[in-house]
Design a binder for this molecule. Structure first.
Ligand code: SF4
Length: 226
């Protein structure tokens, strides 16, 4: 268990990474608009650090509203990740088999979507921040991300996992209940629903994006990632 000073330091780094990502992604073409929620499905994943960042900023009433909504829908199907992005980078580097993951948007909407609005918008996980589509998803039915945007997102996701290494990654519903008050809702979440976050060994950057992303990495490395 990390002490609260270390958690606060890691949350401050996470906030800086979110701000940097917003800055660098601002120049990208985007069709996303307020009230557009087609990509808000039950399949969002996040690290335990992001979950703590969300829960620590909510007041008692907001936290209870969030956890109750999640608990009420907790028996519904959702993506349970088998690996993390840093583990995936290692498997690719070693030419090993990538575990198959399946997520269907038809399994339903994110439990935190209320009247087409996110209940935790300013605190939302990185997976939600980085879902930036060139086309309106509510028209096409799916998000269409620029290839460079995918690389940019992966790089930030790898750094976020690195600062939370040794802790957990999982579905939004499972991680928020784990970090919140699952006892209150009488839920037990199987250990198999989580994977352990790994340190960053190699960034996943295709050759065609290396020059463009170099300035981003230079700025990110000025943060004390650890
Ligand atoms: S957390 Fe918010 S932004 Fe992310 S999927 Fe749920 S409702 Fe959408």
């Amino acid at each position: 268990m990390l002490n609260s000073k270390i958690v606060k330091e890691k949350q401050a780094i996470l906030k800086q990474l979110f701000m940097l990502f917003d800055k660098f992604s601002d120049e990208m073409e985007r069709a996303c608009k307020e009230g557009c929620s087609a990509c808000c499905t039950r399949n969002v994943t996040l690290t335990s650090l992001e979950a703590k960042y969300i829960l620590d900023d909510l007041n008692t009433y907001q936290k209870d509203a969030v956890l109750t909504r999640i608990a009420n829908e907790h028996n519904k199907k959702r993506l349970i990740p088998k690996t993390t992005i840093n583990e995936l980078a290692k498997l690719c580097m070693n030419g090993e088999e990538i575990p198959e993951e399946f997520a269907d948007p038809l399994w339903g909407k994110c439990p935190l979507l209320l009247n087409q609005r996110c209940m935790i918008y300013d605190l939302r996980p990185f997976a939600c921040r980085s879902m930036i589509s060139k086309k309106r998803c509510n028209i096409t039915g799916f998000a269409e991300m620029d290839e460079y945007m995918v690389t940019l997102s992966n790089v930030f996701m790898q750094y976020i996992e690195h600062i939370d290494r040794g802790c957990y990654f999982g579905n939004l519903s499972d991680i928020l209940l784990l970090e919140g008050d699952k006892e209150k809702h009488g839920l037990s979440i199987p250990y198999e629903n989580f994977v352990v976050n790994k340190p960053l060994k190699m960034l996943m950057i295709p050759p065609e994006h290396r020059d463009r992303i170099a300035k981003v990495i230079n700025v990110v490395q000025t943060i004390r990632i650890g």
